[in-house]
Design a protein around this ligand. Sequence first.
Ligand code: C5P
Ligand code: MG
Length: 193
Amino acid sequence: MINIVLFGPPGSGKGTQAQHLIEKYNLKQISTGDLFRFNMKNDTPLGQLAKSYIDKGELVPDQVTIDMLVHEVKKPTDTAGFIFDGFPRTAGQTEALEQIVNEVLGAPISICLSLVVEDEALVQRLLKRGETSGRTDDSNEEIIRNRIKEYYAKTAEVAELYKQQGKYVEVNGVGSIEEISEKLFAEVDKIQK
Ligand code: C5P
Ligand code: MG
């Protein structure tokens, strides 16, 4: 089984690269951001709760996100593993994920692939994406900057935890989509040998 954590700040290209990785390695993508947006679109109680955080660029409380993720991981799938896109975003979520994959899948996290992009490039990318994404959290520079601030305040420490386990690999997230995919594939291929 291959279980990949796709890591990086908002706008670093996690969603785009997840698409390439799922095709290449037959994986199931779980994007907690997409799941929240699906719930927001359908105006579910979970969506309403998530919206109150997402519209400010803040993180949804751990237990809410973790419960949603567990539900998703437990769904039957015939893929060779998972890509976690946008999760974990806190130390608490990292510990929870460790437990979930071991208990539900009987397999560990294989690797944490981290896309590195500097802040001003992120802001420009997200403002551009906001022109077409319809995402309220992409439409306003103040919210975008708050998301990046939340990333450093709460999410950056996730990298430390995977570093300690020797599972953390950084890849330059600036370049063509194909170039970056190739670098990510090379890292996954290394651990499969
Ligand atoms: O992953 P993505 O950038 O699509 O997430 C969009 C928003 O969803 C985040 O800015 C945050 O408000 C919320 N989110 C969260 N916890 C996660 C993933 C997403 O609070 N693990
Ligand atoms: Mg995304």
